[in-house]
Write a protein that binds this ligand. Structure first.
Ligand code: NAD
Length: 172
């Protein structure tokens, strides 16, 4: 029985994340999925709340062959303490999976094995690209699991993102 760890902001959870987790499911039985920047929402970079991202993940992972433990993780101001912060909140895990350079650096400095995963077409499976398409009213739905489309529709997420991306009208 092996338990892995995978962290992301999932703004939103997309096909690249899903492809990574499907591959991870081939090597571990259980996966701690950290919702990073859980304290952030309603901004252009982080439009969705931790709760909304929790629903996206729970529904999208229902048909993946592993047991997920989804844990919201607030950001903290000191990178040097971040791994301790993560470990204080998550179930214990044997191995981590990441392609994020800072995350890899911090976990490996703490003595945790980190496996890099395959990269799925970053020109489209990228949160920045998907959020930009939403802002500009372009199609984005084929880049995320159906469960994510439903969640974003339920909370009027595209309208929210378009609104917050206008910034402060008094600054213009
Ligand atoms: P993300 O959602 O952008 O990506 C999550 C993971 O998926 C990353 O490993 C990324 O490389 C991978 N990924 C994304 N698109 C992919 C694709 N198309 N194909 C394959 N892999 C793909 O999230 P992120 O920003 O990397 O999340 C890291 C989180 O950790 C953030 O919330 C960050 O704030 C947090 N963090 C916090 C601290 C701190 O609080 N001091 C320190 C380090 C990290």
């Amino acid at each position: 029985m092996q338990r892995g760890f995978y962290v992301g902001r999932f703004q939103p959870y997309h096909g690249g994340h899903h492809g990574v987790i499907e591959r991870i499911a081939e090597t571990v039985d259980e996966l701690v999925v950290g919702i990073g920047s859980a304290d952030k929402s309603h901004t252009q970079r982080n439009p969705f709340t931790a709760g909304e991202r929790h629903v996206m993940l729970t529904r999208a992972l229902a048909d993946v062959d592993l047991t997920p433990y989804i844990v919201p993780l607030q950001d903290i101001n000191r990178n040097a303490l971040w791994v301790s912060h993560v470990c204080s909140l998550c179930p214990p895990f044997d191995v981590a999976f990441s392609n994020n350079a800072l995350v890899i650096q911090l976990l490996e400095e703490a003595g945790i094995e980190v496996r890099r995963g395959p990269v799925f077409d970053r020109s489209k499976y990228r949160g920045t690209e998907i959020r930009q398409r939403m802002i500009e009213g372009e199609p984005w739905q084929d880049l995320v699991p159906d469960a994510v489309i439903e969640m974003i529709r339920d909370v009027n997420g595209v309208e929210r993102l378009q609104q917050v991306s206008k910034g402060d009208v008094f600054e213009r």
